[in-house]
Structures are given as structure tokens and as C-alpha cells.
Design a protein around this ligand. Structure first.
Ligand code: HEM
Length: 147
């Protein structure tokens, strides 16, 4: 287990900062989607482009939710400094990787809808999902039991 007297401020700051920036980026994407609806843009709304709409909606939703996961992890470290135990660097790296790959894969999957690039983009999603699952498992395992 990590030393609970260890200063968690840098890790907290990193994840709180990443959390707010992820929210800022992916909520902006939400506004962009709203504009595509408002101006009835066929590239996004036409029946033949359902796949693109689904991918970008998923990028928006997963990016925003991952922002909240960063905030939860960063702030939880203040209440439970040993969260993640001696795997804290692994947890931190997995969360950052998931934030790039999961929404990034969906975003690219809506740009490259067909062909090899689309397959490549879609491959990023399960890798990001696995990183997120690893981080969550390591954190869950380290949460101290209530006395
Ligand atoms: C933390 C905040 C937010 C979260 C967790 C979130 C999450 C989601 C989720 C889960 C969906 C999919 C809903 C569905 O298809 O059933 C969605 C769709 C959408 N969100 Fe957000 N959202 C957030 C904030 C925003 C903001 C600030 C905007 C900008 C106005 C926005 C704009 C949209 C739009 C336009 C869609 C529909 C996309 C489409 O179907 O074409 N969201 N959001």
C-alpha cells in the first residue's frame, strides 16, 4: 500500500485539471452536436449517416463521463490517500489512456466511417475500455473497508 502520509497534491491536481479540461472539451462537442441539430446538417442527421451520429454522440457522452471519473479519482485521493495502493501510477496512466482512446476512437469512428481506418479507429475503443476497467478495478480493490 502507498504511504498514506505521502503528499497526494500533485496527483490530485493532475486529475482534477484533466477532469475539468475533459469536461470543457467534450461539453463543447455537445454544443457542436446541438448546432448540427439546429442547422439540420445532413452530414450528421441524414438517415444514411446514423453511424456517424451514434459515434459522435458516444464520444461526447464518454468524454464527459471520463472527465467526471478524473475528478472523482483526484478528489478521492484527498479523502483516501492510499487509493490505488502502490499501483497509483498505473491507475493514473490507465485513466489518461482511456480518456484519449475511448472517446478518441468514437470520434475517429465518425470521421472514417468505412474501410481500414474505420476498423483501426474502432479498435481504439475496446483498448480504452480495458484501460478504464483496469483503473477502476485497481481503485475499487484498494478502497479501505469501513471500520
Ligand atoms: C456532464 C454533462 C453531460 C453528459 C454526461 C452528457 C451525456 C450525454 C449522453 C449520455 C447523450 C446520449 C443520449 C442518448 O442518445 O440517449 C448525450 C447526447 C447529447 N448531448 Fe450531452 N451530455 C452532457 C452535456 C451536454 C451539453 C452541455 C450539451 C450542449 C448543449 C450537450 C449536447 C448533447 C446533444 C446535442 C446530444 C444528442 C446528440 C444526438 O443524438 O445527435 N450535452 N449527452
Amino acid at each position: 500500500m502507498a504511504d498514506s502520509s505521502h503528499d497526494q497534491a500533485p496527483l490530485t491536481r493532475t486529475h482534477v485539471r484533466l477532469g475539468w479540461w475533459s469536461l470543457a472539451c467534450f461539453l463543447s462537442l455537445g454544443f457542436l452536436l446541438e448546432l448540427l441539430h439546429g442547422f439540420k446538417i445532413g452530414f450528421y442527421l441524414d438517415v444514411g449517416n446514423e453511424h456517424r451520429r451514434l459515434m459522435w454522440t458516444l464520444a461526447h457522452a464518454h468524454g464527459a463521463l471520463l472527465g467526471m471519473v478524473h475528478l472523482a479519482f483526484g478528489l478521492s485521493l484527498q479523502a483516501a490517500p492510499s487509493l490505488g495502493g502502490n499501483r497509483q501510477p498505473v491507475v493514473s496512466t490507465c485513466l489518461v489512456g482511456a480518456t484519449v482512446l475511448l472517446p478518441g476512437g468514437f470520434l475517429l469512428g465518425g470521421i472514417w466511417v468505412e474501410g481500414q481506418l474505420a476498423a483501426l479507429a474502432f479498435l481504439l475503443v475496446p483498448v480504452g475500455g480495458a484501460l478504464l476497467a483496469t483503473a477502476i478495478f485497481l481503485v475499487a480493490r484498494s478502497v479501505p473497508r469501513p471500520r
